[in-house]
Design a protein around this ligand. Structure first.
Ligand code: SF4
Ligand code: SF4
Length: 268
């Protein structure tokens, strides 16, 4: 089997600098890379779309960034619905034919991730190409991965089995793939965007309670931890549900969450 192209994005390393977005613009605005893609409009298109989410409440908050290009799905709805206009190459890259797709705005709605944009001027649907014109010219990575200063975006050309091993080793996850689209873009530390935390601080006699053992009842996956210098604790990667905070062996607070929660200070 032909080696496959894969992208891996580590959510915990992305700090929203937008270098990847700008590199994409630099490569595709005012450049026609036919037959791969016509030029990208200067405004309106986000082929690398960095989504943002704030979690928690002041002062216990964090922010996660989720770079979202076309996921180059194995079982792509866009390919299935428009086989004459959208092709999946042998190396897994999904491309929209800029000539055959002209005037076909319905292709935009075939993507469940909103990764396809409509070019009003040229009347064509467009999206991330994994910079296939560069890959075919010998580049090992697309421009976004090349420009990421933190190494949040990695790009691989591997046999499927080798990537499956990497996926298992690094605990990589697909983004919202309930229907089995099987993307070629995978995420690390996706919990930073998709799951919730419970955070708070413990006090003893009004002072920060450092070094206290804290655990959560209700989620076996949350390991016990010890409060820091400020008496703070934070349990992350939680599903919605009801949890009881246990400090020094005693139940101190029960909360029900469907989003991240700062429980404030708890006197123990
Ligand atoms: S270049 Fe890297 S760190 Fe910057 S926004 Fe893109 S993925 Fe995030
Ligand atoms: S993410 Fe959307 S545009 Fe990309 S291959 Fe999947 S369905 Fe098609």
């Amino acid at each position: 089997m032909t080696q496959q192209r894969y992208m891996v994005i580590d959510v915990s390393l992305c700090h929203d600098c937008n270098n990847c977005f700008i590199a994409c613009k630099d490569e595709h605005v005012m450049n026609k890379w036919l037959p791969y893609a016509d030029e990208q409009p200067r405004h309106g298109h986000r082929w690398m779309n960095i989504q943002r989410k704030e979690r928690g409440q002041y002062p216990r908050i964090d922010c996660a960034f989720l770079p979202m290009p076309c996921q180059h799905c194995e079982n792509a709805p866009c390919v299935k619905d428009f086989p004459d206009c959208v092709v999946k190459r042998d190396d897994g890259v999904v491309l929209i034919d800029p000539v055959k797709s002209k005037g076909n705005k319905a292709i935009v709605d075939s993507c469940p991730h909103g990764a396809i944009y409509w070019n009003d001027e040229e009347e064509i649907p467009q999206k991330c190409t994994f910079c296939a014109h560069l890959l075919d010219d010998g580049w090992s990575v697309p421009r976004c991965a090349h420009s990421c200063p933190t190494g949040a975006i990695r790009f691989y050309t591997l046999e499927k089995d080798a990537f499956d091993s990497l996926k298992a080793e690094q605990k990589l996850e697909a983004y919202r793939d309930e229907t089995g689209r099987s993307p070629h873009v995978y995420y690390k530390n996706l919990y930073r965007y998709e799951k919730s935390f419970i955070a708070g601080g413990l006090l003893k006699g009004g002072d920060c309670a450092e070094g206290v053992k804290v655990s959560l009842k209700g989620d076996a996956a949350a390991p016990e931890q010890t409060t820091n210098f400020f008496g703070d604790f934070k349990f992350d990667a939680l599903e919605p549900g009801t949890y009881t905070i246990v400090a020094d062996g005693k139940d101190v607070k029960t909360v029900t969450i469907d989003a991240s929660l700062n429980v404030g200070s708890i006197e123990i």
